[in-house]
Design a protein. Structure first.
Ligand code: NAD
Ligand code: UDP
Length: 316
């Protein structure tokens, strides 16, 4: 990759993960040169192997909680590095806190040094177990800092505060996206999130493990829609948090029944204890994204889930 290219240069931390690898593909197709930085703690080289011969792509294996060095000019820093599935961050509480705090500080430092525009991948988990519904960006959230999910939620809340401070005090051009549950190809079969869990269970005739009574809700966004919203946010001039997600809400039990309809299987529903602090409802209010970014999800649930099932069939 040439450093004197007239193409924009993007750094993607966490680019070997589910979302980061889709973002990398999107940036390459938009004409960027892309440098991915990842330590593979939850990501995989397989997510990037199709780019091995691409001269506009470069990979640096590095833990971003340590000082980040990137030679040459950089235009955009997309900070996606962080464990993201509840199973991952429960197993990796301290790396999760460190990447949200130290990793965000280093990624902001890189962007400042390069005078680059910075985007933080934040989360709907900043709202915790929300007391308002649907969630607007003005809601401050209901998070238990010392509960099991606190390591992720508080790390992301800290990361948002750090990003705003760099905007306010250093005059940096920063963006914050609050990502709601997203699904699609390249999720890990066993990352524990409900979409890969139910699809892989149905494909292997195992019971679908519904946590609690399955009345808790989530709203699932297909990955290409999410990436488009995030790309538009980076290119906008808006500095406050923006929700990106699909407002179509369903209970987890409804989601399980949909999977049983779509996949020929002998699986049934099996009820397991609800994890501590599991949010009871979640649905994005996307008025801000609609207004500022002229963005709207395009892929409906039936189409997105069919594509995702096809992907998992090829992986089982
Ligand atoms: P993922 O686990 O697939 O990807 C995260 C990537 O970050 C992995 O490749 C991992 O190896 C890398 N990473 C973690 N710590 C690192 C470190 N210290 N140094 C270098 N690399 C490191 O998860 P994902 O679903 O792609 O999530 C990506 C981002 O989006 C995360 O910041 C997550 O919090 C956010 N997010 C995702 C969702 C979702 O539904 N997928 C929802 C809300 C927020
Ligand atoms: N869930 C479930 N069975 C599973 C995995 C998850 O019932 O095997 C539930 C989980 O308790 C939560 C919802 O599905 O209420 C979404 O979980 P996920 O881990 O995908 O993400 P979260 O939105 O909780 O971060």
């Amino acid at each position: 990759m040439t450093q004197k290219s007239s193409r924009p240069i993007s750094v993607v931390t966490g680019g070997a993960g589910f979302l980061g690898s889709h973002l990398t593909d999107r940036l390459l197709s938009a004409g960027h040169d892309v440098i991915v930085i990842d330590n593979f703690i939850t990501g995989s080289p397989q997510n990037l192997e199709h780019l091995a011969e691409n001269i506009h792509f470069k990979f640096i294996r590095h833990d971003v909680t340590e000082y980040i060095f990137v030679p040459g000019h950089v235009d955009y820093v997309w900070h996606f590095a962080s464990p993201a599935s509840p199973i991952d961050y429960l197993e990796l509480p301290i790396p999760t806190l460190k990447v949200g705090s130290l990793g965000t500080h280093n990624a902001l430092g890189l962007a400042r040094e390069k005078q680059a525009t910075f985007l933080l991948a934040s989360t709907s988990e900043t709202y915790g177990d929300p007391l308002i519904h649907p969630q607007t960006e003005d809601y401050w959230g209901n998070v238990n800092p010392v509960g099991p999910r606190g390591v992720y939620d508080e790390a992301k809340r800290f990361a948002e505060a750090m990003t705003m401070a760099y905007h306010t005090f250093h005059g940096m051009n920063t963006k914050i996206v609050r990502i709601f549950n997203t699904y699609g190809p390249r999720m890990r079969l066993r990352d524990g999130r409900v979409v890969p869990a139910f699809i892989s269970q149905a494909l292997t005739n195992q019971p679908l493990t519904i946590f609690g009574d399955g009345s808790q809700t989530r709203s699932f966004c297909y990955v290409s829609d999410l990436i488009e919203g995030i790309y538009r946010l980076m290119m906008s001039q808006y500095h406050y948090p923006v929700n990106i997600g699909n407002p179509r809400e369903m209970t987890i039990q409804e989601f399980g029944k949909e999977i049983l309809k779509l996949i020929p299987t002998s699986s049934t529903l099996e009820f397991k204890p609800l994890p501590v602090d599991d949010p009871k409802v979640r649905q994005p209010d996307i008025t801000r994204a609609r207004t500022i970014l002229d963005w709207e999800p395009q892929v409906d649930f039936e189409e997105g889930i069919a594509r995702t099932i096809d992907y998992f069939k090829s992986k089982i």
